[in-house]
Design a protein around this ligand. Structure first.
Ligand SMILES: Nc1nc2c(ncn2[C@@H]2O[C@H](COP(=O)(O)OP(=O)(O)OP(=O)(O)O)[C@@H](O)[C@H]2O)c(=O)[nH]1
Ligand SMILES: [Mg+2]
Length: 243
């Protein structure tokens, strides 16, 4: 089941931030790591969240309602981009911090990490901070399409060691790698366990049905193929008439 994402609110300042207790999962990570792209991949849409190859694109906190599951995905401004002015960086850091500590509905923090680079101090600091404030972590390695499977797995293991055993989910917004696993992890944290179990069952059923339909179509195609015919006798060449 592909949920629908609806942009419901955008806030820029501390004053606009309200204490909302609707369940939510926030996405944090360095500028350009692929937060907005991942939101698009999760929604199965291209231009829901604005993305850019220039870091610092998202400068607000964007709240996306997840339909029909009734929780929010929250796209946070990226951190660690050197070219942003010190004042702006300070402003965003305060906004993110206030959001993290004063949102009663916040169920987990998805920390997005670039799978191509070694663990960065600033990412490690964020994960430690989340643990200090008892916020469950969902680490996600992004841009998995840009490196080999062996490199991705090595990075996954390296991070698992740093995070006390929590294995990051490997993802790619370009290929859709990891999208199902990410939805599963988000919903598991954001939803009531019974409701989650019910929906998980529905998703499994829908997948099984799709698989059965694919198999039935393949069989139909196979049956529709012309049966291998016995070798036709090659038509005898007409003898040239002798003039
Ligand atoms: N190949 C590849 N490129 C990606 C992937 N995800 C994001 N990108 C590219 O990385 C760049 C940054 O992506 P964004 O989604 O805008 O990054 P962001 O984390 O939202 O950045 P800020 O809003 O600045 O914090 C864009 O050029 C994307 O096309 C991915 O999975 N694979
Ligand atoms: Mg962004």
């Amino acid at each position: 089941m592909q949920p629908n994402l609806i942009l419901e609110d955008t806030i820029y300042t501390l004053e606009q931030l309200q204490e909302v207790d609707v369940p939510q999962i926030a996405l944090a990570g360095r500028s350009n790591v692929g937060k907005s792209s991942l939101i698009n991949a999760l929604a199965g849409r291209k231009n829901l969240a604005r993305t850019s190859s220039t870091p610092g694109k998202t400068q607000s906190i964007n709240f996306y309602r997840v339909e029909p599951w009734q929780y929010y995905l929250v796209d946070l401004p990226g951190y660690g981009y050197a070219k942003v002015s010190k004042a702006d960086r300070q402003k965003w850091a305060e906004l993110i911090n206030k959001y993290l500590i004063s949102t009663p509905g916040l169920k987990a923090l998805a920390v997005l990490i670039d799978s191509r680079v070694p663990p960065q101090q600033i990412d490690i600091e964020l994960t430690s901070y989340a643990r200090q404030i008892d916020l469950p972590l969902i680490p996600i390695l992004t841009k998995g399409d840009k490196c080999k499977q062996s490199e991705r797995v090595a990075k996954q293991n390296e991070w698992a060691k740093l995070l006390g055993g929590i294995k990051p989910i490997i993802s790619s917004a370009s290929t859709g790698l990891g999208v199902d696993k990410i939805w599963h992890a988000f919903s598991e944290h954001a939803m009531d366990p019974e409701e989650f179990a019910r929906i998980d069952e529905e998703v499994k059923k829908a997948k099984a049905e799709k698989k059965a339909q694919r198999a039935a179509r393949a069989e139909k195609r196979e049956n529709a193929k012309p049966k291998a015919k016995s070798k036709k006798a090659t038509p005898s060449k007409k003898k040239k008439k002798k003039k």
